[in-house]
Design a protein around this ligand. Sequence first.
Ligand SMILES: [Fe+2]
Length: 146
Amino acid sequence: MLADNLKVLLGSTFAFYVKIHGFHFNIEGDNFPQYHEFLGDFYTEVYGSIDPIGEYIRTLDSYAPGSLTRYAELTIIQDQLKIPRAELMFAELFEDNHKMIELLNHCFVSATQENKQGIANFIAERLDAHEKHQWQLRSILKKSRA
Ligand SMILES: [Fe+2]
């Protein structure tokens, strides 16, 4: 069901947001100013999608999860309790962002099957945003071609 898929999306998006914000706090290294700012823009963009996901769940006449316990149960994005070094942070976010894209593709199919074109449109926009994040993370991780 679409509402159930959107609940997984809500929990996963929240967990992803929390991880990126934690990395924003704690990243270190030569490129600190750029990395700190990049992660700030990244978590802000992801955070902005949380409210619409919750409200779309309500339009489907289902209740939107609103507790950390429920988000932890629902999320496909694993929590990070440690503070990895910068390169490992980006590698982890790249993997997580890939999972988000797979989840969004699943939600898009579900929205289309239930004939919810507005939600499908929103999910398509989220896919676009996460594909941009994927490009940027891949570019940060790429080794010099020299
Ligand atoms: Fe900040």
